[in-house]
Design a protein around this ligand. Structure first.
Ligand SMILES: Cc1cc2nc3c(=O)[nH]c(=O)nc-3n(C[C@H](O)[C@H](O)[C@H](O)COP(=O)(O)O)c2cc1C
Length: 169
């Protein structure tokens, strides 16, 4: 790795993120990858974005399918993150649910069901913009999976239970 790239990755590792899995379905197969490049891009309309590596398979499936879900993982889902980051030796337990051509993970902190809005070149990655069609999540979310300096961490927050969240457009 070049010196500049190494320094860049080290410094950017200090930006603590959550961890999400982006899922789509192609030819009846679930495809997906773990991402931490996720961000909320727009509130009107509801848009989110993340970046996918040009060399990866799942990003291409997502772009071809034109729809995907973004699943924000909780503290107990580190193995799920590892699985979708390409680790073959993890015992990841997860359940996929399906509806309206979307596939998503059961028991996540949040799920956003999106149509592909646009994608843009971004160096060795592609920037994927999704239009949120609907979203759901548990009433409270106090145990979070985070990523920092190349390591997973768990965060206990002070989330207060309100009402179950489900919103459709
Ligand atoms: C915490 C974490 C965050 C990641 N974030 C991204 C990301 O935002 N974009 C990306 O392309 N790869 C990211 N990766 C790497 C992919 O998850 C990994 O390369 C995956 O195997 C790609 O799957 P694919 O080959 O099916 O496309 C991340 C990995 C980890 C562990």
């Amino acid at each position: 790795m070049q010196e500049q790239t190494h320094v860049y990755r080290r410094l950017f590792g200090r930006f603590v993120t959550g961890v999400a899995v982006v899922l789509t379905e192609e030819d009846g197969e679930v495809r997906g990858l773990t991402v931490n490049s996720l961000t909320s891009a727009s509130l009107d309309p509801l848009l989110l974005l993340f970046c996918v590596c040009n060399d990866g398979c799942s990003g291409k499936s997502i772009l071809r399918a034109g729809r995907f879900t973004v699943n924000i993982l909780g503290a107990d889902q580190e193995n799920v993150a590892r699985h979708f980051a390409g680790c073959k030796d993890v015992d990841a337990k997860f359940e996929c649910l399906r509806e309206d051509g979307f596939v998503w993970l059961n028991h996540c902190n949040a799920v956003f069901r999106c149509d592909l809005e646009a994608s843009y070149p971004g160096g060795d990655h592609r920037i994927v913009l999704g239009r949120v069609k609907d979203m759901l999540g548990p009433d409270a979310c106090d145990r979070l999976l985070v990523y920092h300096e190349g390591h997973y961490g768990k965060l206990q927050s002070k989330s207060i239970a309100e009402s179950p969240i489900e919103a459709k457009h």
